[in-house]
Design a protein around this ligand. Structure first.
Ligand code: ATP
Ligand code: MG
Length: 364
């Protein structure tokens, strides 16, 4: 079955009020979400935030302290892994070293006493899916990391599970193989329509692969949304800081349409915040523009303290006496930087569109 975005999808996996303690340590705190059938969700967050623990609770490899887990309408909260319907892939591949590629993939099917002819057919089909047919008789030790991970992936899919769980499946691989496998996993997932949850601490991986990202921090979900929602409308300062690059400036509200950072006034929508409230103002480096001005925007003359060449763009580090110790990072196209022959220790006029300035309260 293939699932396209235009089809209405049913809810497939519901986690409600889930908490996990290890002794006195609370690894998960009141986790609640709903994943749709055929959806690809990434749990994204820093090391130790609880991603693996949450995945393991869904698999039954860990038991939650409190909370319900419903898969395809069935309450699986307290079932052992063997009675749940999932395939799992770990960071370390965890292939059986003494079994050939084909026998690794066949392992679960043999345990289920599937007839041999059916197993052979299924293994051939699965290895074909990830272009590994010619490696069927090799042992894992004779494969590259990327090939081993593809074997692990189809082994997890062999029993046609309703749910595919991936725990940092790409993090042991080098950058090129990782980028290639991202697309391969994504394509395979879409083709099979299997509901998938992947754990990663790599935001680029989450952004390129997921339908929705759940950003986690200290055992809680900070935000759930599509990659572009998470990037463009980060709900909390943590998400704003964790996803992409963000400038933060401490500001004070100066009426309904501006804030102040020291002596510097910035026009923006101050929304619900009252005058004199202390806030953090967040601006993405790519939202600081250097292409002339428009009266509706904030125009500032700043000194270029430093610059870095980062491939297709140049990152400027901008300072001004009004900003005190704070620096603004601005990303400009490399062609602009070379055309204008801008260099460090010069001044530059920038503009910041008012609608690209986000404000966060201290409590957010
Ligand atoms: N079996 C355990 N006993 C005690 N504490 C544990 C256990 N498993 C995990 N923890 C703790 O729970 C927290 C969350 O761990 P978890 O493995 O879920 O993090 P993670 O988000 O997957 O991190 P990483 O990106 O490093 O893999 C960590 O502080 C970890 O030390
Ligand atoms: Mg982990």
């Amino acid at each position: 079955m293939s699932v396209t975005d235009s089809q209405a999808r049913d809810s497939y996996l519901q986690v409600t009020g889930t908490t996990k303690f290890f002794g006195d340590f609370r690894a998960l705190q009141d986790i609640t979400f709903d994943i749709l059938e055929g959806e690809f969700v990434c749990f994204l967050g820093p090391s130790g935030c609880g991603k693996t623990t949450l995945l393991r609770c869904i698999a039954g490899l860990e038991t939650q302290t409190e909370g319900l887990i419903i898969q395809a309408g069935r309450d699986i909260s307290w079932l052992p892994p063997s009675q749940r319907d999932f395939g799992i892939v770990f960071q370390s591949y965890a292939l059986f070293p003494n079994l050939t590629v084909a026998n690794n993939v066949a392992y679960g099917l043999r345990n289920m006493k599937v007839p041999k002819a059916k197993i052979d057919e299924r293994v051939a089909e699965l290895l074909g899916l990830v272009d590994l047919s010619i490696h069927a008789d090799k042992y894992p030790g004779q494969l590259s990391g990327g090939e081993q991970q593809r074997v692990a992936l189809v082994r997890a899919l062999a029993m046609s599970p309703g749910l595919l769980l991936l725990d940092e499946p790409l993090s042991a691989l080098d950058a090129k193989v990782r980028a290639y496998l991202r697309r391969e996993i994504r394509d395979l997932q879409k083709r099979l329509g299997v509901t998938t949850v992947m754990v990663t601490h790599d935001q680029e991986e989450a952004q390129t692969m997921a339908d929705r990202i759940f950003v986690m921090n200290e055992g809680r979900i900070e935000q759930m949304g599509t990659p572009s929602q998470i990037y463009d409308q980060p709900a909390t300062p943590f998400v704003a800081d964790f996803i992409g690059v963000m400038n933060f400036l401490p500001v004070v509200v100066d009426g309904a349409s501006s804030v102040r950072c020291g002596n510097l006034s910035l026009k923006c929508d101050t929304g619900k915040f009252a005058s004199d409230t202390r806030l953090n103002c967040a601006i993405r480096p790519e939202d600081i523009l250097v292409d002339g001005g428009d009266g509706a925007d904030n125009l500032l003359d700043l000194a270029i303290a430093d610059m870095e060449f980062l491939g297709s763009f140049v990152r400027l580090y901008l300072r001004s006496p009004e900003l005190g110790d704070h620096e603004l990072r601005a990303d400009v196209r490399k062609t602009f930087a070379s055309q204008q022959a801008i260099g460090s220790s010069e001044r530059i006029r920038i503009r910041i569109p008012a609608d690209r300035i986000r404000l966060y309260g201290a409590e957010a």
